[in-house]
Design a protein around this ligand. Structure first.
Ligand code: SAM
Length: 274
C-alpha cells in the first residue's frame, strides 16, 4: 500500500493493497460498509466466529462517539476535534455531529490507512472546516506538527483529542501510554480526551480468543484490562460516569441488560485536562 505524495494534495494517487487486511476495512465490514476486500471479510468472519456480538459492539462504539461529540460541542463549547484513527467515512461522522451543534466546529481526521483519505476527500471537498490527513499516531510529534493539522487546529485553545477504537491497534511495545502522554502535553488546559478500547473480560474466554485471532490475522488488536485502560487517563479528570462499558456512558436510552459481552467488551470514557 503506498501513496505517491505525503502532502495529501489533490494530485495524490492512493494505491490500495487488497492482499493485506487493514483495521479500517475490517471495521468497515463490522459496520456493513462497502469499502472492504475479501481478505478483510475473512478476518471479520474469523473474529465474529469467536465473538458474534462484534457488529453490535461496533455500533455501540459509533453511538458513544456521537454522544460524546454532541456533548462536548453543545455543553462544553469545544470547537476543535482531532479524530485520531478516524476510520472510513460511515453513518454520521464526527464533523457532521460537531457541525450540527456548531457549524464553525473544526475537525481533523487522521488515519494511517490511505483508504480513509481516498474516500474522505470526496465527501469533504466542500467543507472548509474539515480535513483528512494520512499519518501514524505512533509518531505523535509528526501528527501534531503536520501542516494540515496546524492549519486547522489552534493548540492555544481547547481541543478534543479522540482516540476512539484505535489504541487497541497500538501494541504494548509501541508505547500507547507514551503516545497519550505526548498528546496530553500538546494540548492546553480545558482540552478533553475521549478514549474507547477493547477490554479483557475476566469471566469469559472470548476476549482473549479474539485477541489471539486479531494479533495473528491482522497484526494488531490488543485487549487490555480495565486497570491498563485507566492509566491512559493519568493526569486527566474523568467525567462522570467514568470509564464504563460504552452503552453506559450517558445513554440516550435505558440499557436493560448490562451483563452481556456485547455491552461490556469495549469500555470508554471522557476526561478533561485540568
Ligand atoms: N475511530 C473510528 C471509530 O471509532 O468508529 C474508527 C475506529 S477503527 C476500529 C481504527 C482505526 O485506527 C482504523 O481506521 C485504522 O486504520 C486506524 N489506525 C490504526 N493504527 C493507526 C496508527 N498507528 N495511526 C493512525 N491510525 C491508525
Amino acid at each position: 500500500m503506498s501513496t505517491d505524495n505525503a502532502d495529501n494534495n489533490d494530485s495524490e494517487i492512493v494505491v490500495l493493497d487488497d492482499g493485506v487486511p487493514t483495521a479500517a476495512r475490517v471495521y468497515d465490514v463490522m459496520l456493513d460498509g462497502k469499502d472492504n476486500y475479501a481478505i478483510d471479510r475473512q478476518v471479520a468472519e474469523a473474529s465474529l466466529a469467536v465473538m458474534p456480538e462484534l457488529k453490535e459492539i461496533a455500533l455501540h462504539n459509533r453511538a458513544i462517539l456521537h454522544r460524546v461529540v454532541r456533548y462536548l460541542a453543545t455543553e462544553e463549547g469545544i470547537t476543535q476535534f482531532l479524530d485520531l484513527g478516524s476510520g472510513l467515512p460511515t453513518v454520521r461522522n464526527t464533523h457532521e455531529v460537531a457541525q450540527e451543534a456548531n457549524p464553525e466546529a473544526r475537525v481533523v481526521y487522521v488515519d494511517i490507512d490511505p483508504i480513509v483519505l481516498a474516500t474522505g476527500r470526496a465527501i469533504l471537498q466542500d467543507n472548509e472546516n474539515t480535513t483528512v490527513v494520512t499519518a501514524d499516531i505512533r509518531k505523535p510529534r509528526e501528527v501534531l506538527d503536520h501542516p494540515q493539522v496546524r492549519a486547522m487546529i489552534d493548540f492555544e485553545k481547547p481541543v478534543c483529542v479522540m482516540l476512539c477504537g484505535i489504541l487497541h491497534h497500538i501494541l504494548d511495545e509501541e508505547d500507547p501510554q507514551g503516545i497519550v502522554t505526548a498528546l496530553r502535553e500538546a494540548v492546553p488546559s480545558g482540552s478533553f480526551f475521549f478514549i474507547t478500547n477493547f477490554t479483557r473480560l475476566g469471566d469469559s474466554p472470548e476476549s482473549e480468543e479474539l485477541e489471539r485471532v486479531l494479533l495473528s490475522q491482522l497484526g494488531t488488536g490488543r485487549v487490555r484490562t480495565a486497570e491498563e485502560l485507566a492509566r491512559f487517563f493519568d493526569g486527566l479528570e474523568l467525567l462522570s460516569p467514568g470509564l464504563v462499558p460504552l452503552p453506559l456512558w450517558r445513554p440516550d436510552e435505558i440499557v436493560t441488560d448490562a451483563t452481556t459481552v456485547g455491552v461490556r467488551f469495549m469500555t470508554g470514557g471522557v476526561a478533561r485536562k485540568p
